[in-house]
Design a binder for this molecule. Structure first.
Ligand SMILES: Cc1cc2nc3c(=O)[nH]c(=O)nc-3n(C[C@H](O)[C@H](O)[C@H](O)COP(=O)(O)O)c2cc1C
Length: 165
């Protein structure tokens, strides 16, 4: 069972979680969960947009490159161990859904599923993407976060719905 809520109703909580232990990005077919800590919620092109950032070194990268959409799942603190696991282990070496004991539910408006035991999820359709530009990025950010020059791809997801369960 799920209930659709207003798109930005849980914005503060979502940003607090991003800034804390993270939230789970689900992308790919078969789907792979990856913990994310960077992202923004806002309005662009008159659309409600969730931007997320994926380094090309992630297993998630080729998956989301092929995908039309992604989901973002918020988990309660009792899942902090699973969040840490999905943020340190790769889908290359682990079936993270199985090892975390997650059950997936079909997406309500998108093809990517969501985690049944999450309490809230966003469904997003990819409408734009680009790599960060090493030429124009602030030099101190470049030095601190990109010593390996593995610049993130930024994905702009038009939010199709936000659901609590
Ligand atoms: C709290 C936290 C936040 C993270 N945020 C991001 C992020 O926003 N983008 C990213 O590319 N990796 C991020 N990572 C790293 C990935 O989650 C990690 O490398 C993961 O193992 C990649 O999984 P995959 O290889 O299955 O895609 C984060 C890790 C943690 C623990």
């Amino acid at each position: 069972m799920f209930k659709e809520i207003g798109i930005f109703d849980e914005m503060k909580q979502t940003l607090d979680k991003l800034n804390g232990k993270g939230i789970l990005l689900i992308a790919g077919d078969p789907p792979n969960p990856m913990t994310i800590g960077w992202g923004t919620l806002g309005v662009i092109w008159n659309h409600s947009i969730f931007t997320i950032m994926v380094r090309p070194t992630r297993y998630t990268f080729p998956l989301i490159e092929k995908a039309m959409d992604f989901s973002v799942c918020l988990l309660s603190d009792s899942f902090n161990e699973q969040l840490a696991f999905c943020g340190s282990k790769s889908g290359r070496d682990h079936d993270k859904i199985k090892e975390c004991g997650f059950t997936m539910e079909p997406g309500i408006r998108i093809s990517t599923p969501y985690i049944a035991s999450s309490y809230l999820h966003y469904e997003c359709r990819i409408v734009h993407k680009h790599f960060l530009d090493p030429v124009t990025i602030d030099k101190s950010i470049d030095k601190r976060f990109y010593p390996k020059k593995d610049y993130h791809m930024v994905y702009y997801g038009e939010i199709q719905g936000v659901f609590s369960h």
